[in-house]
Design a protein around this ligand. Structure first.
Ligand SMILES: [Zn+2]
Length: 306
């Protein structure tokens, strides 16, 4: 009896400390639900639920696109999805190698032996074995069970994957855009497109691993597809206007930095002269905008229009 009470006590204490994400899936298209993360940096207080990930229901199973930043987040998302329909997860498709988009993979591998598919950059990180940023931000308890799990399949060219009656087209950008290697996923049947972090809205992007010219190319590729729903890597707008902010940001960034280069503004003065104040009310403007401008200067200093 005493042992039972003791165990119960331990159980309830750990239940108090287990991070509850209070998740609610949002239906964004036919057979498509997403969990839209907040617009902040990863923090203990938000449990690093600050990126978007989605479930697409096929006739046989779910396909998950990006998996969030940890095991526990992925597990709680799946629990919510079972209220819609209790289906296994056949595959997880990852858009790029930033930790907040793929560390949830370990849950799907453990629970369903899902096939994990994405960019080579993820397997390179698994091979190196360095714990990505989110491990250093969240508590041990919050990262419990989260493992670096290798992908079963790496995508190097446009690839169509069929699950049940639904086709998923994985399209690599082919040049450095948001990272050295990004891909986006198009589901023609639902007219839905999942861009990863090539597109964000409501916040300023982090272009530390990216390229202005490459992102503009990726945005053109995305605009050439027929979609009614676009799920950004971060941000709540999934409508026809979801891409507009990112197009405006990178177009102005390129234009203003090139004008400054033309006027012989040096690197040391670029942040005084180029601001992008149109975005000052967006989340993370203070944290990320100056760095994006500084990096864009480095990229565009010797740029010549093709
Ligand atoms: Zn990213």
């Amino acid at each position: 009896m005493i042992k039972k009470i003791f165990l119960l006590l331990i159980f309830s204490v750990s239940a108090i400390f287990a991070f509850d994400y209070n998740l609610k899936p949002k239906k964004v298209a036919n057979n498509t639900w997403c969990f839209l993360g907040n617009l902040d940096m990863p923090r203990v207080s938000n449990g690093a639920f600050m990126s978007n990930f989605c479930y697409v229901k096929t006739s046989k199973a779910y396909v998950v696109i990006d998996s969030g930043s940890n095991y526990n987040l992925a597990k709680q998302a799946y629990e919510q999805m079972t209220k819609i329909e209790k289906l296994p997860v056949a595959k997880v498709l990852n858009t790029h190698g930033h930790d907040d988009h793929w560390l949830g993979n370990s849950f799907y591998k453990d629970e369903f032996n899902s096939e994990l598919i994405g960019t080579q950059s993820i397997n390179e990180q698994v091979k190196l074995g360095h714990k990505p940023r989110v491990f250093h931000v969240l508590s041990k308890e919050q990262m419990k069970n989260t493992k670096l799990t290798s992908l079963d399949k790496v995508i190097n060219e446009t690839t169509t994957i069929k699950v049940g009656n639904t086709e998923f087209i994985m399209i690599p950008v082919g040049v450095k855009a948001h990272t050295s290697e990004d891909l986006f996923v198009y589901v023609p049947q639902n007219k839905a497109l999942f861009t990863g972090d090539i597109v964000m809205n409501g916040r300023v992007t982090s272009n530390r691993d990216g390229s202005v010219i490459g992102t503009l190319k990726a945005l053109e590729m995305i605009q050439s597809k027929q979609w009614n729903t676009l799920v950004p890597g971060h941000g709540y707008d999934t409508s026809k206007t979801a891409i507009d902010e990112t197009v405006k940001y990178f177009t102005l960034l390129k234009q203003r930095v090139l004008e400054a280069v033309e006027e012989d503004v040096g690197a040391e003065n670029i942040n005084k002269l180029v601001k992008l104040e149109e975005f000052k009310d967006k989340a993370l403007y203070e944290e990320l905008n100056s760095r994006n401008i500084f990096d864009a200067y480095g990229e565009l200093e010797f740029y010549e229009e093709e």
